[in-house]
Design a protein around this ligand. Sequence first.
Ligand SMILES: [Cu+2]
Length: 226
Amino acid sequence: MKRRIPALLGIGIACLSCQPATGATASGHVRTVGRPERSVVATIVFAEPLEGQSPTRPGRYTMTQRNKMFMPRVLAVPAGSTVGFPNEDLIFHNVFSLSRPSPFDLGLYRAGSSKERIFSEPATYHVFCNIHPQMAAVILVLPTSYITEPDAAGAYRLDLPPGRYRVTAWSERSQPVTAELNVSSGSVTVPELTLDESRFVGLPHKNKYGQDYPKTAYDPLRDRKF
Ligand SMILES: [Cu+2]
């Protein structure tokens, strides 16, 4: 499958080229409702085998801290993958998550340095910086390597070995939506998946102590001290 350029969209994808020796190409479409025009929101599609265990293929991925943002904002990786968090700004940053089952805090670290973490357990990790409340990201750790990102029109393809699968469409503004699929050979069409983002409300998050960020956290003059 041709590799796209997810970094430009603020979206990270773990596996865009899972080519099975035999099997089928599953094609589908994700419809999104309730998403404001021109808003850039990552949509992820992944397929989990329902029969037997398909071993994931962990890899190394990067979520960069740049211009007081995490880039990409959404990163989907197979369980067991390592994610590096290089600090490319001229100020200190932190990376923490309070998400279960494995909350973590990589500490405060300076410009030009990096920390990394192995994400062993499948979960949705909401990732933040304890200094800058505007820095927010999601790392989707999945029990599969069959992961892709629909194109701007919502179309996607996944190359899958034979078997039964649960296909899930995910965005951080919607409940995930699933469909089951039998794959034999040739091509197969996944039923349309509709993500309803109309009830999404963006709320401020807490710092790593579970408290509100200090008002000074928004002051750019304060950042220049680092
Ligand atoms: Cu920061």
